[in-house]
Design a protein around this ligand. Structure first.
Ligand SMILES: Cc1ncc(COP(=O)(O)O)c(C=O)c1O
Length: 413
């Protein structure tokens, strides 16, 4: 997308606003598919949590993607977007048996990540096949918040609990149709990934009726020019070969599944904000924008570094700025960044704003959540309206004059 297209969108629909480039999503989907062209059956299940606007889900469905979901609401969104139930996998963590049963009633595939629920679900529904999430105890991932396959993580069933797991399967006579791991996001070391895959293969040998092996996700994408990223082509070649070898040993052509979020949508997203104030203090120059961590929490939550471009003045001389939000507590998007000279009213564009940005947005400070636009076929399509004051109060129940009466009584005393 050109900067001029983004400026036009901000002018037409206002700011702050999220914009998603569908072409980038499509090309990333094909890139990953091509990287694994060496396997006969590949299934990409887009991780809805990354960006769950129904129009994005529809785009994924049109590409032939499945859907990875972590809440009953994501399952319902997926069905609403047109995914067939069997194309949806429910991979929750720490949810109730009731929620898993509700998802199962909707016909989606179930992935269970703890022995307690496995035992309860298997005892009640031995006829419903389930996938199990293994924790391979591998330290992988960009930072501790997104590394989820290590020994202290709450995710997955420990590989050291396999004997217990097998006992549950045998006693309940349930059917395990898939085996899964997700070790974390932003994995750079392919060898670590392949090492964890070996643990998954080893575990898979315990189950005779598998249909698929799901390797989760964790592909690192570049955040700026020259950034290192997961070499999906190399991973594709190496893992595909090993997977095909395993299928031969196993005696069945299994499906190789992934559930990418970031890889498919991160780089497709742009977040546009307007500079309200340029404030020079004794130590720095702040550029305060009309947004904050209520709309884009990743920098404050786990130090994510989004590239920020002044698209109103992309050729201007570069100066140092700290870009901050309007939330009334520390709300820093970037410190001492070189950005083309900023004037109040300029539009700053945050890159890599497709994954875990809008989906993590909130109404903190009673602000409205932004609008979302899909760029498709050279045109901007509004796919979510900006919230308004009615949205903010729609579920609140007005207690009318309850306190007014109370005040009167206190006054009488
Ligand atoms: C179980 C599971 N699968 C897939 C993903 C998607 O990961 P990514 O966005 O790094 O591709 C996540 C992310 O948290 C996850 O928890």
């Amino acid at each position: 997308m050109k900067y001029s297209d983004l400026l036009d969108i901000a002018k037409t629909y206002g700011d702050p606003i999220y914009v998603y480039d569908s072409e980038k999503i499509i090309s990333q989907f094909h890139r990953l598919t091509n990287a694994f062209s060496g396997v006969k059956h590949l299934k990409l299940n887009y991780a809805a949590k990354a960006l769950s606007n129904i129009s994005i889900l529809k785009l994924m469905n049109s590409l032939g993607s499945g859907l990875d979901t972590v809440s009953i609401q994501e399952v319902q969104l997926g069905l609403l977007a047109g995914f067939k139930p069997e194309s949806i996998i429910f991979t929750p963590n720490g949810v109730s048996l009731e929620e898993i049963e509700e998802a199962s009633k909707l016909g989606v595939r179930i992935n269970i990540d703890n022995l307690s629920i496995l035992e309860q679900f298997g005892s009640k529904h031995p006829d419903i096949p389930v996938c199990i999430r293994i924790n391979p105890h591998v330290m992988a991932g960009g930072n501790s918040n997104i590394s989820v396959g290590h020994i202290d993580s709450k995710f997955g069933i420990s590989i050291h609990q396999i004997p217990h797991l097998l006992r549950i399967v045998e006693l309940t006579k349930m059917n395990i149709n898939g085996i899964h791991m997700h070790t974390g996001s932003d994995i750079l070391d392919i060898d670590v990934f392949l090492y964890a895959s070996e643990i998954l293969f080893e575990t898979a040998k315990n189950f005779k009726n598998l249909d698929f092996i799901d390797f989760g996700s964790g592909f690192k994408v570049p955040y700026k020019k020259g950034d290192i990223e997961t070499n999906v082509e190399e991973l594709g070649k190496k893992l595909s070969n090993r997977f095909n070898e395993f299928c031969k040993e196993y005696g069945k052509e299994l499906t190789l599944a992934f559930e990418p979020g970031k890889f498919l949508v991160s780089e497709a997203g742009y977040f546009l904000t307007k500079v309200n104030v340029v404030k020079q203090t004794t130590s720095t120059v702040f550029a305060s924008v009309d947004s904050g961590f209520n709309h884009l929490i990743r920098p404050m939550l786990y130090g994510a570094s989004h590239q920020i471009i002044n698209i109103s003045n992309p050729k201007g001389r570069e100066r140092y700025y700290s870009v901050v939000g309007y939330i009334c507590e520390t709300d820093t998007f970037a410190s001492n960044r070189r950005i083309n000279e900023i004037t109040e009213g300029d539009i700053l564009c945050f890159k890599n704003a497709g994954a875990y940005c809008f989906t993590m947005a909130s109404n903190y400070n009673s602000r409205f959540r932004p609008a979302e636009v899909l760029w498709y076929d050279g045109k901007a399509i509004l796919i979510r309206e900006r919230e308004n004051f009615d949205d903010l109060i729609k579920n609140q129940i007005d207690i009318k004059d309850l306190f007014a009466t109370k005040k009167q009584q206190v006054g009488v005393k």
